[in-house]
Write a protein that binds this ligand. Structure first.
Ligand code: NAP
Length: 189
């Protein structure tokens, strides 16, 4: 699974999903939009329903991708330990991998129930060129993926300022943002 606020999902997210899928020979990468990310409380600009809809559009165009609304349906603050327990209950035979930026992996001890997390899934840290990793105490695998200098914050800012987002997000996501007037006067950080 690749969890994220996905506000909005962009080509940087998809590049890491694609690379990890190929590198580890995964059957599928499940995009799991967070309801409320604990470190970004109150900062989301688009509603969970819009963020989920954009992920679904993306998955329709790539057979390696699927989307789970598990975090949005549970509601409240999204803790990855709950996500992984719910996914495990839904897919008891699946081997789960949690894909995340290597920076986030280095801060896993600040997440809820870190020991439990690493029992529920294999943690995959995506390394970015130029970032050195501190020693990690928990089991993990590292995958190097191309770094695209794209951030959701920049995409939102561009929309608000009338700048192009084509080639930063998938075409259908750009169309969805325009159609629903997302990020026009949205929150920024
Ligand atoms: P996000 O900003 O939407 O990004 C999703 C993932 O894509 C992150 O791992 C991010 O790594 C990576 N990414 C973003 N832009 C990229 C680019 N241009 N190139 C390569 N990688 C890129 O996600 P988020 O809001 O940080 O949340 C990530 C997940 O962690 C969610 O499932 C969330 O619920 C979970 N989380 C859980 C806890 C907890 O349980 N206590 C706490 C925090 C987060 P970077 O983060 O390195 O940008």
């Amino acid at each position: 699974m690749l969890g994220g606020t996905f506000d909005p999902i962009h080509l940087g997210h998809l590049a890491i999903a694609s690379e990890v899928c190929a590198e580890l020979g995964l059957d599928q990468v499940l995009l799991v939009p967070a309801n409320g990310q604990p470190f970004k409380e109150g900062m989301e600009a688009a509603s969970p329903a819009h963020r989920l809809a954009m992920c679904r559009l993306v998955a329709e165009d790539d057979e390696r991708l699927a989307v789970s609304p598990v975090d949005i349906e549970r509601g409240g603050t999204t803790y990855t330990v709950d996500t992984l327990m719910d996914l495990r209950a839904q897919r008891p035979d699946a081997e789960l991998f949690f894909i995340t930026g290597a920076d986030a992996l280095a801060r896993l001890d600040e997440w809820r129930e870190p020991e439990r997390l690493t029992e529920l899934a294999t943690f995959v840290g995506v390394t970015r060129p130029g970032h050195s990793l501190v020693r990690l105490e928990w089991p993990h695998v590292l995958v190097e993926a191309p770094e695209l200098a794209i951030s959701s914050t920049d995409v939102r800012r561009r929309v608000r300022n009338g700048r192009p987002i084509r080639y930063l997000v998938p075409r259908r996501v750009a169309e969805y943002i325009a159609e629903h007037g997302l990020y026009d006067g949205g929150l920024d950080d």
